[in-house]
Write a protein that binds this ligand. Structure first.
Ligand SMILES: [Cu+2]
Length: 130
């Protein structure tokens, strides 16, 4: 039994390496470039981990910014518009946080980056939540 369990675990892990590729989006926000990764692919209802790497125009990682993600779904029959926000926290040059999707379907994501002086740049993309 133990051997079977170990084999199953190895199969699951190797399958994970091949198939569970992170969701990744690369975008420009003003003169900054960002790489957004989500730990679930496809994104799911409930909590999804998100990480963002921000680089300046010469490719240097930006670690002094405020990074926020606003995510929303427009109103639909039987459902009012939904708007949420998540402030990401810097951890070793990566901004990390969680998005909590309350229903499946397409969500609009706005990534906002504030740097010294209060200048905000943003970029948009959408995520299809399963
Ligand atoms: Cu909806």
């Amino acid at each position: 039994m133990k051997t079977i369990a170990v084999f199953t675990l190895i199969l699951l892990l190797s399958a994970g390496i091949v198939w569970a590729k992170e969701y990744e989006v690369q975008k420009k926000a003003g003169d900054l470039s960002v790489v957004v990764k989500m730990d679930k692919n496809p994104a799911v209802m409930g909590e999804n981990g998100v990480s963002v790497i921000v680089k300046d125009s010469v490719g240097k990682e930006v670690t002094d910014a405020g990074v926020k993600i606003e995510y929303s779904m427009p109103a639909m029959p039987g459902m009012p518009a939904m708007n949420y926000g998540s402030v990401l926290a810097l951890n070793k040059n990566v901004y990390q946080g969680k998005l909590n999707f309350s229903m499946s379907g397409p969500w609009n994501i706005v990534l906002k980056i504030v740097r010294g002086g209060g200048k905000t740049v943003s970029t948009k993309f959408s995520v299809d939540v399963q």
